[in-house]
Ligand binder design. Structure first.
Ligand SMILES: O=C(O)CCC(=O)C(=O)O
Ligand SMILES: [Fe+2]
Length: 328
């Protein structure tokens, strides 16, 4: 094992596990209490687990199962739905197709992107909105489309709930992010990591160190560990191992812009040291492409200036795809 990939085995003590069921309570005090727990987690690492989120484990299992059956197909079958064929970046991305860490070798993962289904007559597709369009669906992979579409809907609703919790955590009205949550852009991404090779190229790994681009990410992991989160205070990587029944939630880069860095978008990476094939399914919630992300009220002290200029969700996401799919 490459010494550079060592990480602290302290995950479960270090990252809080937050019960989010209170966000569905009719009692505003219970909702606010979840907001307080989120605030502590977000000002610390911006990475936490959530439980009692309400997503059906049977649905999660269906999506994992569909992912496995898709990735186990021969390469030529998978290439029929290659993302290179999609004007909206949907479909299959082969192994080493993305470089998330500048200067590192391409990532040892293959993936599949599914987003909101929009046909050619959809006004946003006609208007040429970035990443808007139809999905690609593989032939002959049973339950692939129904499972992922059902999961996409569930996760969109859960993301909106977490955004309401984040608004409360920032002492804002719980509807503060409603505009951001209008017609949101989101991605279900199926990820498949081969075991870390015995002799990797220098710095070669499942997923290079990166921060996520969007609003929030809700990550479903199988039972195989691999995710590592940067611990700034200790100057070390720590494992964020799977916790049965829980999602890992992390804040994306928009949060730093909203909060003037009070909340963190933290570096993370994947090194699949499990010795097994690892599957994970992040749900990237990027929000309304036309929403302008700017410093929030309450996130500037007297005399403090915003560190980031306002940017639309669409501009921001376009730039991040440009950087990671055609690295300089
Ligand atoms: O597979 C994982 O555990 C994390 C993946 C990830 O960080 C990403 O896709 O942005
Ligand atoms: Fe990530």
């Amino acid at each position: 094992m490459n010494a550079n990939f060592e990480a602290m085995r302290v995950s479960q003590g270090a990252l809080p596990i937050i019960d989010v069921s209170g966000l569905r309570s009719p009692d505003p005090e219970e909702r606010r209490a979840v907001g307080l727990a989120l605030r502590a987690a977000c000002t610390d690492k911006g990475f936490f687990y959530i439980r009692n989120h309400g997503v059906d484990p049977a649905l999660q299992a269906r999506v994992f199962d569909a992912a496995q059956r898709f990735f186990h197909q021969p390469q030529e079958q998978k290439k029929r739905v290659d993302m290179a064929l999609s004007p909206a970046n949907r479909g299959y991305e082969p192994l080493r197709g993305q470089t998330l860490e500048t200067g590192a070798p391409p990532d040892l993962k293959e993936s599949y992107y599914v987003g909101e289904e929009r046909g050619p007559d959809d006004p946003k597709v006609k208007a040429g909105k970035f990443n808007h369009g139809p999905n690609q669906w593989p032939d002959g992979v049973e339950d692939f489309r129904p499972a992922i579409e059902a999961y996409y809907r569930e996760m969109t609703a859960l993301s909106q709930l977490i955004m309401a919790g984040l608004a409360l955590s920032l002492e804002l009205d719980e509807h503060y992010f409603d505009d951001f949550c209008q017609q949101p852009q989101a991605i279900v991404r199926l990820l498949h990591y081969p075991p870390q090779p015995a002799n990797p190229a220098p710095n070669e790994k499942g997923c290079g160190a990166h921060t996520d681009f969007g609003g929030i990410t809700l990550l479903l992991q199988d039972e195989n560990p691999g995710l590592q989160v940067w611990n700034q205070a200790r100057g070390a990587w720590m494992h964020a191992d799977p916790v049965p029944g829980a999602y890992v939630v992390n804040l994306g880069d928009m949060i730093a812009r909203w909060t003037n860095d009070r909340y963190r978008s933290t570096l993370h990476r994947v090194v699949n040291i499990s010795g097994k094939e690892r599957y994970s399914i992040p749900f990237f919630y990027s929000g309304n492409p036309d929403h302008e992300v700017r410093c929030l009220p309450g996130c500037l002290a007297d005399g403090e200036q915003p560190k980031y200029p306002p940017v639309t969700v669409e501009q921001h996401i376009m730039e991040m795809y440009r950087r990671t799919y055609a690295p300089a």
